[in-house]
Write a protein that binds this ligand. Structure first.
Ligand code: HEM
Length: 97
């Protein structure tokens, strides 16, 4: 995953993700105030998001989620939204065999 992230300092990417998730989950709209409309598929277009990247991304989100020990219904809702959104983000189909 690290190779996909263009900036040497991951801090700004972390902040963009945090602000997006805060907004996505009904919190303050600071993400859009700074970045405009999320247009996530468009913003991912420069990157090769294939099945392997999708799986790696979700793996790390799963690990992060597990550290939170959220109540089951909230954990389930969060995980569902992450898996659904991640599937939509795939922009590079596998090469046909
Ligand atoms: C499916 C696998 C995914 C991969 C491989 C991936 C990869 C990336 C990469 C390489 C960036 C650029 C780093 C940066 O400069 O911020 C990025 C940005 C971002 N991604 Fe993903 N991403 C994935 C899925 C998702 C999903 C599911 C979400 C939302 C739930 C998401 C939300 C974001 C946001 C908010 C940004 C920053 C956009 C901006 O304001 O520029 N990503 N992602």
């Amino acid at each position: 995953m690290r190779a996909m992230y263009p900036e040497e300092d991951l801090g700004p990417a972390e902040e963009r993700m945090a602000l997006f998730l805060i907004q996505f989950w009904g919190g303050p709209r600071s993400y859009s105030e700074r970045r405009g409309h999320p247009r996530l598929r468009l913003r991912h277009a420069p990157f090769r998001v294939d099945r392997a990247a999708h799986d790696a991304w979700l793996h790390h989100m799963r690990t992060a989620l597990d550290t939170l020990h959220l109540p089951a219904p909230i954990e389930q809702q969060l995980w569902n939204s992450l898996t659904t959104t991640a599937a939509v983000m795939i922009n590079t189909p596998e090469d046909p065999a």
